[in-house]
Design a protein. Structure first.
Length: 40
């Protein structure tokens, strides 16, 4: 049981990091694509 909790904690941290990255990346994605089409 303890091992399962430990595994869940590490997965939770990974998911939190992915969620934060997506939170920042999603609104910036159209802007980055706009810059790419502007400079390319």
């Amino acid at each position: 049981m303890s091992h399962h909790e430990d595994f869940k904690d590490s997965t939770s941290k990974r998911h939190l990091f992915i969620a934060l990255t997506a939170l920042f990346a999603m609104p910036l994605l159209p802007m980055i694509m706009g810059w790419y089409t502007f400079f390319a």
